[in-house]
Design a protein around this ligand. Sequence first.
Ligand SMILES: [Zn+2]
Length: 392
Amino acid sequence: MTNISGLVGSLKANNKSDVAIVQTCLKLIKTSAGSPFLSGSIDGSFGKNTKAAIVAFQDKYTGDANVGAGIMGAGGATIKKMASLLPIGKKDLRALPGQSRVYIAGSPNALAQSKLKISTTALTPSFKLSINAVIQSMYDKHKVVLGLAVKGGRRTFAQQAALSSAVTKAGPGESNHQWGNGADLGFVGLQWFKGNGALVTDDTWLENLRKTQYSHYIKFWDVRDAVATKPPNNLFTIRTLELIHLQAYSNSNYSASRSLAAHLTNVGDWTWSAIPGGPNRYACNLGGANNVVVDCGSAKKIFQGNASITAKEIETAGWIRPTSLASAAAELLDDIDVKPSPIGMFGAAAPTPPPASASLPITAADIAAVKLALQANFTEAEARWKEWKPVK
Ligand SMILES: [Zn+2]
């Protein structure tokens, strides 16, 4: 319900947000002649135009003791009458504290829809709870509905790899979005009034507000961040990179590349480490016998099956060429899901996998096989995304 928080009138408190709300009412409600009560613009400052418009409104509608004085208070007859005369769909006007950009309160239905979308999005359980709590408290405090941007939830490795470098420098496995710990939480259908009373329905990123009224735009994000980053929600922003993004961990407390390397090592048989840079590169031991890691290139290249790996590096790592028989035997054991027994499945001696062959010399087919195996490590890391943990 449209209301004000303090007195509006000559020499009164005239909180900017209160004055702006009154001005918007006086723009939306028409005189008997069919023109708005307020001819000036909505700017949140009380002046003679605003005073004259309030006086004219009170004269016509309220007839209370303040007629002629142009003074109105919280929950008083004048603001109640204004609220009752607002057009359908514009009944509940709000403004952020200290701000003059008036907007229409989001509906409970829009809030429910936004939360429903979160419930069906793949995020870690604790992050999902936090995001829902941010949405709820933003609504409780300011009647603003927040919601996920398009592709703002968990992104697959392929989706991350497809983003242009202008959008993000993070490769597949390097963004919180891959691990269900990051979300792009913007504004759902925020409708705000320009100074001349025209209504604008903005997009998730508030692009209209950004283009025309930058200081107001920033204020909306400030308020969202105040809700998101303070207890009990305690989420983190990356404001200098992307205003819309929220995440469960602070960038200063964990390393995206070291966390990815640790996760790759954890879910597979090969050992990985991160080489920081732009882009980060990843080194791997290729499961080799030499206990040494070699540079395999960026996350994007490895994920796309195009690791930058040379014959020399494969030799250095001591990679062992799997024989097709050995892999067939391993596959068989995998499929029947039993430990090899000395007696074997069919009463005969169990097949003994042939020894893996020495790796020299490395052929083009070997390099292709290593690239595929490196890619498979990333595929496995993605399949087990829920097991990712932050590493400092
Ligand atoms: Zn993001």
